[in-house]
Write a protein that binds this ligand. Structure first.
Ligand code: NAD
Length: 298
């Protein structure tokens, strides 16, 4: 039987640390602010927003909500981002995806100032990371928040996965990591992060032939496909470390990941649950990046 990776535990630790930093900034007369931009009525986005608001409350970060209807225009969204960029009370901005279909999401993300792009998904932070200009953030001992402005933040979900693996003393170097999903928000940056940590990385996606052949080779298996029960026990080897990033809201309202948890946990040495695994750490990383942004602006 595998050991459960308790994301909530690490998330609480990160948030305690954020809380201390927020108090110390408050004592210098600085409030830490995070803009949350949500357009439309996507259920998962609304759940993510409410969890983020709760975490903001816990850490003392001031949330600024920007809510728009499904028929919001590009101009309205760009105006809001411009206001956020110019607002000294706001140190970071998070856009909830997906944005409505007719909106050019990349244009909106790229309009956030890189130093306020605490989700690290704009072309500048992504490019800097791919060019290995910001990878030192993955080695926390070498990290100095005052240089974040020049580096760009790392995307919260994949960075959270790396932090979770490290928290559970999982050796990444030299291991075979298999990542399912190649999105800009999760799979692709996570693969790069694992590569930076010197794993041998295989990236799979919806066109991958014989997925099981790939996943059975994994020492570390990270799944971000958004497909319930994509991975079962026959598809993994004994002792594998499994990180389930998927969040799927079933018609009955239950939230599940991409892994058949019950069967895979009979073979895995370590496994994340959904909910309570990667999700809370993603939010904690977002708040950590926000407080770093505030500190860097002093
Ligand atoms: P996405 O739709 O942009 O990408 C999904 C990826 O999975 C694609 O690259 C696709 O090729 C691949 N894929 C889909 N079906 C597949 C299949 N049958 N076999 C192999 N690969 C397949 O989604 P995303 O934004 O990367 O998110 C993925 C999942 O992670 C979603 O469930 C999302 O809700 C969740 N998510 C969780 C967090 C968190 O904090 N835990 C954060 C972001 C996203």
């Amino acid at each position: 039987m595998s050991k459960i990776i308790e994301g909530k535990k690490l998330a609480e630790k990160i948030k305690e640390n954020v809380r201390e930093k927020v108090i110390s900034l408050n004592n210098k007369g600085i409030d830490v602010g995070l803009a949350l931009i949500l357009a439309g009525e996507n259920l998962s986005s609304k759940q993510y927003l409410s969890a983020t608001l709760k975490a903001c409350k816990k850490t003392g970060i001031k949330p600024y909500e920007f809510r728009f209807p499904e028929n919001v225009t590009m101009n309205e969204l760009l105006n809001s981002v411009r206001d956020i960029n110019n607002d000294e009370r706001i140190h970071g901005a998070l856009i909830f995806f997906p944005l409505p279909k007719r909106i050019d999401s990349r244009k909106i993300v790229n309009s956030i100032l890189p130093e306020k792009d605490v989700d690290g998904l704009g072309s500048i932070p992504i490019g800097k990371f791919a060019a290995e200009e910001s990878t030192l953030q993955l080695y926390s001992k070498q990290y100095d928040p005052s240089i974040t402005h020049h580096l760009g933040f790392l995307p919260c979900t994949p960075f959270g996965v790396i932090r979770l693996l490290e928290y559970y003393n999982v050796d990444i170097k030299g291991k075979h990591a298999v990542v399912i999903g190649k999105s800009l928000a999760v799979g692709k940056p996570l693969s790069l992060m694992l590569l930076t940590k010197e794993a041998t990385v295989t990236i799979c996606h919806r066109e991958t032939r014989n997925l099981a052949e790939m996943t059975r080779q994994a020492d570390i298996l990270c799944v971000a496909a958004g497909k319930p029960n994509l991975i079962n026990a026959d598809m993994v080897k004994e002792g594998v470390v499994v990180v389930d990033i998927g969040i799927n809201v079933l018609p009955n309202g239950c939230v599940v990941g991409d892994i058949d948890f019950e069967s895979v946990s009979t073979k895995a040495s370590l496994i994340t649950p959904v909910p309570g695994g990667v999700g809370p750490v993603t939010i904690a990383m977002l708040l950590e990046n926000t407080v770093k942004s505030a500190k860097a602006r002093i």
